[in-house]
Write a new protein. Structure first.
Length: 95
């Protein structure tokens, strides 16, 4: 697998790596904020006003993550942020 990821990493230009890094960083920050501010009583749906920092979308995203994988959802946010740092610094992305 590492060979395949290295091949993909070599095909991306430095600008494309920066774009991947920026998107991963934004997704990681939004995911982390959604998880940190999640409360199980937040209502999700039309007309709901959850107290999540990211709003209804963040409450729904955190609900999905917590119900699917529990506290391990924080690993997804960390992985996205690590991917962002790796891509922005133009390092080889290893899977």
């Amino acid at each position: 697998m590492a060979g395949a990821s290295a091949a993909v990493s070599e095909k991306l230009s430095p600008r494309q790596k920066e774009v991947v890094g920026l998107v991963a960083f934004c997704a990681g920050v939004v995911t982390l904020l959604s998880l940190v501010s999640y409360h199980p009583t937040d209502a999700v749906g039309i007309g709901a006003h959850p107290h999540n920092l990211v709003g209804p979308a963040g409450a729904a995203w955190a609900w999905v993550l917590f119900n699917a994988i529990g506290v391990s959802a924080y690993v997804i946010a960390a992985a996205l942020l690590m991917l962002a740092i790796t891509a922005i610094r133009h390092m080889e992305i290893k899977v």
